[in-house]
Structure formats: C-alpha cells, structure tokens
Design a protein around this ligand. Structure first.
Ligand SMILES: [Cu+2]
Length: 243
C-alpha cells in the first residue's frame, strides 16, 4: 500500500515537472532576393562625427544586413499570440543602447514593457535622445540632450509598440528601433540570421518576424509553432519587397 502511494506521488511529481518545462524557440531569418545597396551616411563629412571615424570606412545605412549564407540580421522575432492565460514573468535587467561613433548601437533591439532601457553616450560630443512613439501607441514622446560624459538616461515604456523609434535631432542619420512587447519572449536576429527566444512555456504560439525595412508598418510574417520539451524551430524567409 505504502509503495503504491509513493509510486502515485512520484507520478504526480513527474507530471508536474513535465508541464513546467520551458523550451527555446530557435531559427534563422533568411533574406530572399537582392537587397538594394545601402546608402552612405554623411558621418564622414560631419566636422565632429567625421573625426571619430578617421581612418575607418564610411558608415552606411543598416537596412539589410545579410551574411554570405543569406542570414538576415536585425529582425525582431516575438511571440504574437498564445500566451493568454499564462503567467508572464516581469521584466528583469536592463537593455543597453549606446551612442558611439554617431550611431546608435544596437540599431534594432527588443524590450519588455516596464523593462529599463539604459541609453549611454560614449561619444565626446552632444547627442539628443528623441523618443518618437506612434501617436496611438500610448507611449510617451521625450526629447533630451545628452552631453559628452553625461550620466546614462533611463526609460521605461508601458505599451507594446513594434517599432518604437529613437532618433537624434543633431545627427539626422541616427536612428534606433525598439520592438516593445508585453512579455519576455522576443529576440533580434544576429549577424548570421539566427535567433533564440529562451525559456518559453509549453504551448502553441504564433511567432512573428518583423524586419523594419520590409515591414515598415510593423506587421511581419508569422508561423505557428508548438513548444515542447525540446523547444521549437521556426525559420523565416524575408523577401526583399519589389518597389
Ligand atoms: Cu547625435
């Protein structure tokens, strides 16, 4: 009898472990078609920013960063639906953005609502951080100069918005784009196009991949995945739009 109870208890323990596992959604973003040539930015000709680039190649736009295998960087990938009724962990840690060489680094990043965004100015000159949310997003616009050596600025955003744009009004080529969602299940594709959304609870989800230049209205391409104990795979192909 005692043995039966113990066996029953361990079965319950195994069952509860197996419904609490979390898996990773991994995949690759591939670019299909030939991307238009990037445009040179006027950084080199700027009397102040130009000095930061002495001896370095002129920086260009970063619209389509594809590697030799066709992997596409800077694509925001996130769970679009399927999290309803699940416990969503609160945001932890800060996301860091730097202004360096008169560019925002990184160019595209993800952020959870309520998560701290830390913005640094590493340059020996003034930038201004102009947050330009969409009119209907509910997020707040702000515009603050940030001097050389100034303390970092911190922001939080309360409403999902893909993409929330940052710009510098001093240097009209400086932009960064945040994918803001109300959960931690997002990623930005790396230089080889790969991405990993970590620790996703089991379930069936619609995953969306949004590339800023291909999907300027912020609606990307989706697919449904089932996350089990081994996670799930989700590869996306993003086609260069015909003009
Ligand atoms: Cu600037």
């Amino acid at each position: 009898m005692r043995k039966t109870i113990l066996l029953a208890l361990s079965a319950v323990a195994i069952a509860s472990v197996s419904t609490n596992y979390a898996g990773d959604i991994t995949g690759k973003i591939s670019l299909k078609g030939s991307a238009p040539a990037e445009k040179d930015l006027p950084i080199a000709n700027d009397p102040f920013c130009g000095k930061l680039f002495a001896g370095k190649p002129v920086t260009t736009t970063r619209f389509y960063l594809a590697d030799s295998s066709g992997g596409l960087a800077d694509t925001f990938v996130f769970i679009k639906s399927g999290l309803e009724g699940k416990t969503i962990p609160a945001a932890t840690g800060a996301v860091h953005v730097d202004q360096k060489g008169c560019e925002y680094l990184p160019y595209v990043f993800g952020l959870q609502t309520g998560q701290t965004l830390n913005v640094k100015n590493s340059d020996p000159l003034m930038h201004n951080v102009h947050v330009t949310p969409g009119a209907k997003s509910g997020n707040k616009e702000s515009n603050k100069a940030q001097m050389a050596g100034s303390k970092d600025y911190e922001y939080t955003f309360e409403h999902p918005e893909v993409f929330l744009r940052f710009k510098c009004d001093v240097h009209p080529w400086m932009f960064a784009y945040a994918g803001v969602v109300d959960h931690p299940y997002f990623a930005v594709s790396a230089e080889d196009g790969s991405f990993k959304i970590a620790n996703v609870p089991p379930g069936e989800y619609v995953v969306e991949a949004v590339h800023r230049k291909t999907h300027p209205r912020g609606t990307g391409i989706t697919q449904t995945v089932k996350v089990g104990a081994d996670g799930a795979k989700a590869d996306f192909t993003i086609e260069v739009p015909a003009n």
